[in-house]
Design a protein around this ligand. Structure first.
Ligand code: DAT
Ligand code: MG
Length: 140
């Protein structure tokens, strides 16, 4: 099985609640590698590109104002099957439906403040990684 890469964002409430370590520990414990990482505040234009597929959704404005509301951690995570594997670690988008043992199931109650982003497909992973990182900075 080929190694994959995916984009992870610890969202603003994850940073504010001091859950960066907890979340990254779970990703590493699973066996994935955090191969590039930075903290930043996402500007509105970048948030809109990242979430463009949701632009017609009723929750879009809340989503953009939330993801731009504070510092985040952005990371490229690599490993065998890590795109879907990370989605399992995250749990359902709505934390109420995310079982205990998942990041959202253990630490979140609110669908907007659901702590973590992980790419959902290979295409989106590559698209999102290119929004946040320069390829030459990943090639280490
Ligand atoms: P995910 O983050 O699990 O990939 P998504 O891509 O469908 O979920 O949606 C992106 C984000 O938008 C999600 O993390 C939180 C917000 N969101 C999704 N569905 C929502 C809803 N029904 N009400 C409010 N916010 C929602
Ligand atoms: Mg998504």
């Amino acid at each position: 099985m080929n190694s994959e890469r995916t984009l992870v964002i610890v969202k603003p409430d994850g940073v504010q609640r001091r859950l960066i370590g907890e979340i990254l520990t779970r990703i590493e414990r699973k066996g994935y590698v955090i191969s590039s990482m930075k903290t930043m505040k996402i500007e509105k234009a970048l948030a809109e590109k990242h979430y463009h597929e949701h632009e017609n959704q009723p929750f879009y404005d809340d989503l953009i104002s939330y993801i731009t509301s504070g510092r985040v951690v952005v990371a490229v995570v690599t490993g065998e099957g890590c795109i879907n594997g990370l989605r399992y670690l995250m749990g359902n988008t709505d934390p109420i439906k995310a079982p205990p043992g998942t990041i959202r199931g253990d630490f979140a109650t609110n669908v907007t403040k659901n702590l973590i982003h992980g790419s959902d497909t290979l295409e989106n992973a590559e698209r999102e990684i290119a929004l946040f990182f320069r390829e030459e900075d990943l090639d280490i």
